[in-house]
Design a protein around this ligand. Structure first.
Ligand code: ASP
Length: 331
C-alpha cells in the first residue's frame, strides 16, 4: 500500500474568508486540509512546512521547501509527495524541485483557486487528485508536477495562465502530461527529467521584461546592485532594441550570465534575422538562450546553474546541456 507524504505551505487552498479583514487569509491547518480525503485514501505522513501566501515566499523559503521535499523523497517508505502551495508562484517552486530533488519519488504540487469558504471550493478535489497521482506507480521517475483541475502538468512547461479560472494551469504549446479521471490516473507521455546537483542556488538573479522603446536602465541598475545573472524576456523569438547591446556587452564582460527568454507566452527563441539586436547578435556577444522556458523558469534554472558551476565556462556548459534528451537537431 502506497504511503504519501503531504507537505503544506499555504496558499488559497489553506485560506478562508475573514470578515474582520474583509478577505481571505491563511486559516486551515495540515490536519484540516487532509481531513477532506475520503476513506480508502493511501496512508499519509503530514508536515506543515509553513502557511503563507506564495507571494510572500523568499528564495530562502523556496529552498527550505526543497530541503523538506528532498528529506521525504529519501524515505524509502514514501512512494510519493504532495505539496500544497499558493498558485501564484507554484510554477517556480515546482521547477526548482524538478531540477534539484534527486530520486524517483514523484513530487506533486497542488493548490486551489477558490478558498475553502467559497461555493465550489476546488481545494479538496485538487488535493485528492494530487494524492492519487503521487501514489501512482506510473508517476515514478517523472520528477515534479502540478496537478489541478484533474490535469497533470510537467514542471518544465506548466504556467499560471489566468488570474481566476480553476483551469489556470496550462502547458502552452505542449499540453498536459496526463489526466486524473475518476479513480484512474492516465499518464500517456513521459518527459525526461533534468537534474542539476546544486548545494544552494545563486539568489542574485533578476528577470527583466522588455517592452517597445524601453531603455536599458533596469539592466544597468541590476548590474550596479551586483546581479550575477540576468534573464531578459526579450521581444518575439529573441530580439532586443539596439540601445540595449552596450549594456548587455558590459554585463557579459563583467562575468554576469545573460539569458535570453521570450516575452511570448509560448514558443522557443529562434535565430532568423541578420539585423542588429537579433538572436544572432546576442549569440555572438555571448548571451545564453532559454531552452523553451518562460522568464520565471529560466531565472530558476539560471539560479541553479550559477549555484552549481565554478566559473563562467562551466555556467555556459551546464546551461547549454540539452535539458531534453528527446530533442535532436535536424540534419
Ligand atoms: N494568494 C494565493 C497564493 O498564495 C493564490 C493562490 O493560492 O491561488 O499564491
Amino acid at each position: 500500500m502506497a504511503k504519501v507524504a503531504v507537505l503544506t505551505t499555504g496558499g488559497t487552498v489553506a485560506m478562508r474568508h475573514d470578515p474582520a479583514r474583509g478577505g481571505a487569509v491563511p486559516a486551515l491547518s495540515t490536519a484540516d486540509l487532509t481531513a477532506v480525503l475520503p476513506p480508502g485514501a493511501p496512508e499519509l505522513a503530514v508536515e506543515e512546512v509553513c502557511n503563507l501566501p506564495s507571494s510572500h515566499f523568499t528564495l530562502g523559503d523556496l529552498w527550505h521547501i526543497r530541503e523538506r521535499a528532498a528529506a521525504w523523497a529519501a524515505d524509502p517508505e514514501v512512494s510519493g509527495i504532495v505539496i500544497t502551495h499558493g498558485t501564484d508562484t507554484m510554477e517556480e517552486t515546482v521547477y526548482l524541485l524538478d531540477l534539484t530533488v534527486p530520486g524517483e519519488t514523484p513530487l506533486v504540487l497542488t493548490g486551489a483557486m477558490r478558498t475553502a469558504s467559497e461555493v465550489g471550493a476546488d481545494g479538496p478535489a485538487n488535493l485528492w487528485a494530487a494524492v492519487r497521482v503521487a501514489a501512482s506507480p506510473r508517476s515514478r521517475g517523472l520528477g515534479a508536477m502540478v496537478v489541478l483541475n484533474d490535469e497533470i502538468h510537467a514542471a518544465r512547461f506548466v504556467t499560471k495562465t489566468d488570474t481566476l479560472s480553476t483551469a489556470t494551469f496550462q502547458s502552452p504549446g505542449w499540453g498536459p502530461l496526463g489526466r486524473v479521471e475518476g479513480d484512474q490516473v492516465h499518464i500517456p507521455w513521459r518527459l525526461p527529467r533534468e537534474l542539476i546537483p546544486c548545494s544552494r542556488p545563486e539568489e542574485r538573479v533578476v528577470l527583466i521584461k522588455l517592452a517597445v522603446g524601453m531603455g536599458a536602465e533596469l539592466l544597468e541598475d541590476a548590474l550596479a546592485r551586483g546581479a550575477r545573472g540576468v534573464v531578459l524576456e526579450a521581444l518575439g523569438a529573441s530580439r532586443v532594441p539596439p540601445w540595449w547591446l552596450p549594456v548587455i556587452e558590459r554585463a557579459i564582460a563583467a562575468g554576469v550570465a545573460v539569458v535570453i527568454a521570450s516575452r511570448c507566452p509560448s514558443g522557443r527563441v529562434w535565430d532568423a534575422y541578420g539585423y542588429v539586436g537579433s538572436h544572432r547578435t546576442l549569440r555572438e556577444m555571448g548571451c545564453l538562450f532559454s531552452p523553451g522556458l518562460n522568464g520565471p523558469k529560466a531565472r530558476i534554472r539560471l539560479m541553479v546553474v550559477l549555484g552549481a558551476a565554478q566559473d563562467t565556462a562551466e555556467v555556459a556548459a551546464l546551461w547549454n546541456k540539452n535539458p531534453d534528451p528527446g530533442e535532436h537537431e535536424c540534419p
